[in-house]
Design a protein around this ligand. Structure first.
Ligand code: PLP
Length: 441
């Protein structure tokens, strides 16, 4: 209650806008990560580590739109390149542009397993395309995902979300057939994966295994270090393709992505978020040339076998933004610098957890920082009813914590995750820790 008073006192214009938005926009906001508790803040301005709302309040931005702005918000050198492209070419032509090639070449240099690359509109589309390619190439049926992992919102992947390992559908509106070729294993269970691979051999085979390489929900349930290697070996044994969903990890955990970090060569890689540095139409799929070739496109081209499309995909603005963002990440060493900021934030949060004896755990994978109720690590995944009962209050509590942090000028992802960026200097992190302490105390 004490923290909620802030919103009524300081956020009048946001309140007015959000009241009105509730009539025209379902839930009053368009973005799944927008806080609508107690009501949504309307953001007006962004710069480096900060956001400002329409009432002029400043926030440290640890949401980073869910991860794409690793260079910090509204990063000037990339913005300039996008403006130049807008002035010369406009936003879209539907034809070929040199920057499509430059971006594909650069992705290949940073991630050699990505021999060929197709730019798409979102991570969700990238996952859909990867699955289609895997089925086209292997002629097999099933796709196996890890319980609790998020791979976007396509029919076949909104599956068991937030309820790891239970196989429970999160979304209504999906026909039974929409998920009948998707299987979900218990998080990080190689034994369960092997069981599914064996069973599937008798009924159409496994086209692909898709993983978030740090573990479900961007590492909220982290993988043992050798997990991905073991998955690679099982995929090879059973003739399934390995898809790394690097929508979050791509270029963030290192310029070579999680595949560089773990030293693993996936068959296919899905991109999103950092692939355009936060500019629109951020998605893609790449990998082995013999697989990705099925997407050969264009009028009078080499004949497509697996159809994917997108009116605005690979437009010149997305490609120039992506190309220069990746070059800037390399030039500034942003993944490492943001990772150090993540270390500093995590260490500071651990001090606060100890100081106030809080039932939380904090850990980071470079610039991805988690602050969880310790219970989430210990959830009994084999008891779906109890699991759902335990997760619900946790979710509510983290949302309330998130609102409390916001009242102090900190924006997090649902109160439990923080992305750090190149803009997060020691001063920014120490300022943030002071604000966290006000709430955690
Ligand atoms: N895959 C992962 C691992 C993600 O975290 C997300 C989005 O958060 C997606 C796929 C979907 O990407 P998009 O939101 O661009 O559709």
């Amino acid at each position: 209650q004490e923290f909620l008073a802030y919103f009524d006192d300081h956020c009048q214009r946001s309140k007015q806008l959000s009241d009105e938005a509730g009539q025209f926009i379902p839930g009053g906001v368009q973005h799944n990560l927008a806080f609508n508790y107690p009501f949504p803040m309307a953001i007006e301005k962004t710069d480096s580590a900060y956001l400002w709302d329409v009432d002029g309040n400043r926030y440290i931005d640890f949401l980073q739109a869910g991860g794409p702005t690793l260079l910090g918000s509204n990063y000037e050198p990339v913005r300039r390149k996008v403006f130049e492209m807008l002035e010369t070419c406009g936003p879209v032509t539907g034809l070929f542009h040199e920057y499509e090639l430059k971006l594909a070449q650069l992705v290949n240099r940073l991630m050699p397993a990505v021999e060929m690359f197709r730019m798409l509109g979102s991570g969700t589309e990238g996952v859909m395309a990867a699955i289609r390619a895997a089925r086209a190439f292997t002629k097999k049926r099933y796709v196996i995902k890890v319980g609790g992992a998020y791979h976007g919102w396509s029919d076949s992947m909104v599956y068991g979300l937030h309820v790891p390992g239970t196989g429970r559908l999160e979304s209504t509106g999906i026909p039974r057939g929409g998920t009948s070729s998707t299987e979900e294993i218990f998080p990080n269970s190689l034994a369960d994966l092997k069981r599914h691979l064996i069973l599937n051999r008798l009924r159409g085979g496994t086209a692909a295994v898709i993983v978030e390489p740090l573990g479900p929900e961007s590492g909220t349930r982290p993988v043992p270090y050798d997990f991905n290697q073991k998955v690679r070996e099982l995929c090879d044994e059973f003739g399934a393709l390995l898809i790394f969903d690097e929508v979050v990890t791509g270029f963030r955990v290192g310029l070579g992505g999680a595949q560089g970090y773990f030293g693993i060569k996936p068959d296919l890689t899905v991109f999103g978020k950092c692939i355009t540095g936060g500019y629109p139409m951020a998605g893609g799929v790449g990998g082995r040339a013999d697989v990705i070739r099925c997407f050969a496109a264009g009028i009078g081209g080499t004949g497509e076998r697996a159809y994917i499309g997108g009116t605005l995909s690979a437009n010149p603005l997305s490609c120039v933004a992506g190309y220069h963002s990746l070059l800037e990440l390399e030039r500034t060493n942003a993944p490492v610098i943001a990772g150090r900021a993540g270390d500093r934030l995590t260490q500071g949060l651990q001090v606060l957890i100890d100081k106030y004896s809080l039932p939380f755990v904090t850990y980071n994978q470079g610039s991805i920082v988690h602050l969880e109720t310790s219970g989430v690590m210990l959830l009994d995944l084999r008891n779906p009813i109890r699991l759902a009962r335990e997760l619900k209050p946790r979710k509510r509590m983290m949302e309330e914590m998130g609102a409390a942090y916001m009242s102090q000028g900190l924006i997090t992802l649902a109160g439990s995750r923080m992305y750090t960026s190149l803009a997060d200097t020691d001063e920014v992190i120490d300022d943030a820790l002071g604000k966290f302490e006000t709430v955690l105390a």
